[in-house]
Design a protein around this ligand. Structure first.
Ligand SMILES: O=C(O)CCC(=O)C(=O)O
Ligand SMILES: [Fe+2]
Length: 352
């Protein structure tokens, strides 16, 4: 990994530590490592993952990202995700709000749907800029497949810890079913030292599991019980994993979908472009988002202990996802209520 080209994360900036989970131990179903993962996933919902085996694939995605984002803006805009709630495609900087006031974000994304990556050379939803199409079989597909594999192992472990019937969580996330699963390339421009614009507003992730690779600081979490943002320090070759809304809802709130945001990197790192690569595992579009109370006594008891929390969304994963994307868009904004319409579990005070 190329870390030499930018200054290290400053030592004088406070960070929030995360548990470091070893994927090779998880794959071997090591009971102690599973307990540590469980602690991380239920208390904060974030952890580092080492030895995940996707280091080379992520590196390929960083290179592809640089080539893709270097295209002229007008070329990238030909692949725009639009404003109707579709995620796949390009999201220009400034097209999403970062808060209820409608302030604009500073990041650009290229979202590549898992369905398109796996259907290539056919197309499931849409086509992508030339570098992405060219690298689909050599870089995107291997990254998507590795990420799916890692997240499936974690889902299977959560399934057992939640005492769900075998395979129930995996059935919500079948690879061959169309879903919002996607690979994302994120670029935030270098910012002048005195500019503190939020790159990505405070949010919870929409899907089940996020597998994130970043190099510069800027990711921050709001730790339960505290009211200030804390940086997560990037560690070379360690992915940052987190639970999203869908998995939190399926688990009756036992697994935590925690608020996070992205701000410019701290200290001398702020003079550099910030890049990240994410894979989001999300349920099949037709799966209903609700707690599995009939399938697990521990989920049933978690739900009955928090009667105020709304875990009956009456929404499919596809609709939930599409609503959140649509109402984040500045172009769809009518007022603060539009931002509220884009919210997921973070809007539910009982989930805090
Ligand atoms: O870039 C990062 O470090 C985090 C990105 C993120 O939170 C997201 O894309 O949902
Ligand atoms: Fe996120």
């Amino acid at each position: 990994m190329t870390t030499a080209s930018h200054p290290p994360f400053p030592n004088d900036v406070p960070t929030h530590p995360l548990l470091i989970i070893d994927y090779t131990l998880l794959r071997a179903r090591n009971p102690q490592e599973i307990d540590r993962l469980w602690e991380a996933a239920t208390k904060l919902g974030f952890w580092y993952l080492k030895n995940h085996g996707a280091e080379m694939e992520a590196e390929g995605m960083f290179k592809l990202g640089a080539e893709t984002m270097a295209l002229p803006l007008e070329e990238k805009l030909k692949y725009d995700q639009g404003s109707d709630g579709n995620s796949a495609g390009y999201k220009a900087a400034g097209s999403n709000a970062v808060d209820a006031s409608g302030e604009k974000d500073t990041v650009e994304f290229m979202n590549i749907a898992k369905d398109d990556a796996l259907a290539w050379p056919d197309c499931a939803h849409r086509r992508y800029p030339a570098p992405v199409e060219r690298c689909m079989p050599t870089i995107v597909q291997p990254f998507v497949k590795k990420s799916l594999e890692v997240n499936q192992v974690i889902l299977d472990i959560f399934n057992e810890k939640l005492e769900l019937p075998q395979g129930l969580l995996l059935q919500q996330h079948l690879t061959e079913e169309h879903s919002g699963c996607e690979a994302r390339i994120i670029k935030n421009p270098a910012m002048p030292h005195n500019v503190h614009k939020r790159a990505l507003g405070a949010h919870t992730d929409f899907g089940s599991l996020s597998f994130l690779h970043n190099r510069l600081g800027g990711l921050q979490v709001l730790v339960p019980g505290s009211d200030y943002w804390q940086y997560i320090r990037p560690i070379p070759n360690h992915a940052i994993c987190n639970v999203g809304d869908a998995l939190s809802i399926f688990s009756g709130g036992i697994l935590r979908s925690n608020m996070h945001r992205v701000v410019p990197p701290p200290g001398a790192q702020s003079a550099y472009e910030r890049w990240s690569i994410v894979f989001f595992t999300r349920p099949g579009n037709n799966r209903t988002l609700r707690a599995f109370i009939e399938s697990s006594p521990i989920i049933a008891s978690a739900v009955s202990n928090k009667p105020q929390q709304s875990l009956e969304t009456n929404s499919t994963a596809g609709k939930w996802f599409s609503r959140r994307i649509k109402y984040q868009k500045v172009i769809n904004r009518q007022g603060p209520e539009t931002w509220m319409s884009s919210r997921g579990t973070e809007a539910d005070p009982a989930a805090a």
